[in-house]
Design a protein around this ligand. Structure first.
Ligand code: C2E
Ligand code: MG
Ligand code: MG
Ligand code: MG
Length: 279
């Protein structure tokens, strides 16, 4: 009912909106078909321990190569998948795929997977995580789930219960895009979190005094709370130096490595592992 009313309203007030609604519907249709057609892929971006310079793992990032649309950015299709509910099977695919890839990495390396609010709230999420680990043979201690603050916004008891359950298994929880939400500090107090990832907008603007102060404060906060802090979007040596000087634990960004195909990231991880074993 609301949808039809909406359409009529659009048509009445703003003729252009009809095209917008149709384009959006077409995107939903393409997205729906893309999973069975195997149009999705994962890239992996390395994460470095700043003090040692070692690569400690990688984050899985979803890619959609649509035959009709070309490459579609996650920021353009993930929100649509969330609204239609497709993110639940799509996210489960990503989790299983990421674990399958990480199973062939040298032992001890971390695999980070992004999880949407919709997934976390869906029943059976914890079960699907456990199943992905069991199927791949990746130990729970090597899996990190990245959630954004919006996940926690409604503070549902069910979400809290799921997070606790996952953590009891040894899975780490990272708060992604930290500092961009409405109540970043409040979430840290209420939710069990192992890591915070400083949003790349703060790293990008670190030349600016206020942003630099914010980055230093988040790093200090992490140290006080015993939470690992990762800087996202590190692109320059200067940024990395500033982060190192301020005691930031981990860094991720184009300077350390761009998101790459599984074979490429595996080569990188293996060469690092071999080097550290042989001194
Ligand atoms: P995110 O989880 O915060 O991922 C980091 C984003 O920053 C990625 O964009 C990555 O390619 C980009 N990035 C990394 N280093 C740099 C850098 O040095 N400079 C700049 N400018 N960008 C950098 P991407 O791959 O486009 O993903 C965007 C967002 O889409 C992700 O942000 C995440 O929120 C979401 N996403 C990606 N894959 C998945 C997934 O499998 N599931 C869910 N639910 N969300 C995903
Ligand atoms: Mg992430
Ligand atoms: Mg992020
Ligand atoms: Mg993000």
């Amino acid at each position: 009912r609301a949808k039809n009313d909406g359409r009529n309203l659009y048509r009445f007030f703003e003729p252009g909106m009809d095209a917008v609604v149709q384009a959006r519907r077409a995107l939903e249709v393409d997205l729906e078909a893309a999973l069975p057609r195997q149009e999705f892929d994962l890239d992996f971006q390395p994460i470095m321990n700043i003090a040692s310079g070692e690569i400690i793992g990688a984050e899985a990032l979803m890619r959609w190569h649509s035959p009709a649309r070309g490459r579609v950015a996650p920021d353009d299709f993930i929100p649509v998948a969330e609204e239609t509910g497709l993110i639940v099977p799509l996210g489960e695919w990503a989790l299983r795929k990421a674990c399958a890839v990480a199973a062939s990495w040298p032992p001890g390396l971390r695999i980070a997977v992004n999880v949407s609010a919709v997934q976390l709230k869906s029943s059976g999420f914890a079960r699907s995580v456990i199943s992905a680990l069991a199927f791949s043979g990746v130990p729970a201690g090597q899996l990190e789930l990245e959630i954004t603050e919006t996940v926690l916004m409604d503070e549902s008891k069910a979400v809290l219960k799921t997070l606790r359950q996952l953590r009891e298994l040894g899975i780490r929880i990272a708060l992604d895009d930290f500092g961009t939400g409405y109540s970043s500090l409040g979430y840290l107090r209420r939710f069990p979190v192992d890591k915070i990832k400083i949003d790349r907008s703060f790293i990008r603007d670190m030349g600016n005094r206020d942003s630099a102060a914010i980055v230093r404060t988040i790093i200090g906060l992490g140290a006080e709370l015993g939470i690992v802090v990762t800087a996202e979007g590190v692109e320059t040596e200067r940024q990395l130096d500033m982060l190192r000087d301020n005691g930031c634990v981990e860094a991720q960004g184009y300077l350390i490595g761009v998101p790459s195909k599984p074979a490429e990231i595996q080569r990188l991880l293996k060469s690092r592992a071999t080097r550290s074993q042989t001194g």
